[in-house]
Design a protein around this ligand. Structure first.
Ligand code: NAP
Length: 312
């Protein structure tokens, strides 16, 4: 196994990770970004962003390409597609083992993001890729002139429901309450869209089908009455859960697993920072992820400089 030594190792190559890397590498600190998948993070799958300042409208993939180019400019070393076997944040140096490498680091910045939560109902796992999808941008085009359901009432559910109307003939938005959580501007767009039909006070009990999904069993949360809804696909957008495999247990987290930080993005362990969607934060946007990365980058550099002073 090849050993690689860096001042800073960043886990995760999304907006938070790249932003942190730009700040650490520019601060003259040797920096590596490791990702279990391709670089770019979640926004690479977003069709379009219209709330990243200075870019009125930009494709998610295009924006993340710019983040990557910017990190390249400062010499950040990139290790995509790394299967992580273990992370030791407590040892000195900190050690991250992947199938190919052992990374030794003075500081670690955790930017691993979050993933969609599952409904946890019968049929959900069975029909993944056959009518159950967690990515409208990836799979929406398969539902041209078909009927789909989106579950949830947050920004993701409502935005993705709007997006799916580009393809589907009808989009049901199934929400467990009678009021959406999504921002008002997004709600208004959905309400105006004639292809979207809201099914309030309802939860999905079961996803049914043969080869492909063809039916949802719904329950009215007020009356407990059950009903069937014929659909060709279902997109659950009920929130996210942090990617903390190999990290949980070493570090302070909230009850949902999100990592706790102070205002400098420092975690409960010295020299370890958490940024973006993986940390407990009031807003999960590309802009806030990038901002977290900048803060952590600056404080990681300060931490490394202080270490050098101690050892001189
Ligand atoms: P979210 O805001 O947490 O909303 C989750 C929704 O799913 C809620 O409406 C919730 O219902 C519902 N839900 C949760 N568990 C459920 C279950 N087991 N069964 C049925 N429904 C369930 O999650 P999100 O929409 O994924 O957004 C995550 C974060 O990203 C938010 O901070 C959001 O603002 C941000 N985001 C922003 C944008 C944007 O600004 N353009 C776009 C996407 C996401 P209740 O309302 O009853 O709790």
């Amino acid at each position: 196994m090849q050993v690689k030594e860096f001042d800073t190792v960043i886990l995760g190559g999304g907006p938070a990770g790249f932003s942190a890397g730009i700040y650490t590498a520019r601060g003259n600190v040797s920096t590596a970004i490791i990702d279990i998948s391709m670089l770019g993070g979640q926004p690479s799958n977003y069709l379009e962003l219209e709330n990243y300042p200075a870019f009125m409208k930009i494709g998610g993939y295009d924006l993340m390409e710019k983040f990557e180019e910017h990190a390249d400019m400062f010499g950040v070393q990139k290790f995509p597609m790394q299967e992580i076997e273990s992370v030791d944040l407590v040892s000195s140096p900190k050690v991250i083992k992947t199938k190919e490498y052992e990374f030794l680091a003075k500081t670690v910045i955790i930017a691993t993001g979050a993933k969609p939560m599952k409904l946890g109902i019968k049929g959900e796992n069975e029909f993944i890729g056959r009518g159950v999808s967690y990515c409208a941008v990836c799979d929406g085009a398969f539902y041209k002139d078909k009927i789909v359901a989106v579950v949830g009432g947050g920004n993701s559910a409502v935005e993705e429901a709007i997006y799916l109307t580009k393809f589907a003939s009808r989009v049901y938005l199934i929400h467990r309450r009678d009021e959406l959580r999504a921002d008002k501007i997004i709600q208004e767009r959905a309400m105006k869209n004639e292809k979207i039909e809201f099914i309030w006070n309802s939860v999905v009990l079961e996803i049914q089908g043969a080869e492909l999904v063809n039916n949802l069993v719904l329950k009215d949360t007020n009356t407990n009455e059950q009903s069937n809804l014929a659909v060709d696909g279902i997109f659950p957008y009920i929130g996210i859960t942090p990617n903390v495999e190999n990290i949980s247990g070493q570090i302070a987290q909230d009850k949902s697993g999100f990592i706790l930080t102070d205002e400098t993005m420092k975690t409960s362990i010295d020299g370890v920072y958490a940024v973006g969607d993986v940390r407990k934060t009031p807003l999960r946007q590309v802009i806030t992820a990038a901002s977290d990365g900048a803060v952590a980058g600056v404080y990681a550099v300060k931490y490394i400089e202080a270490l050098k002073e101690i050892t001189v």
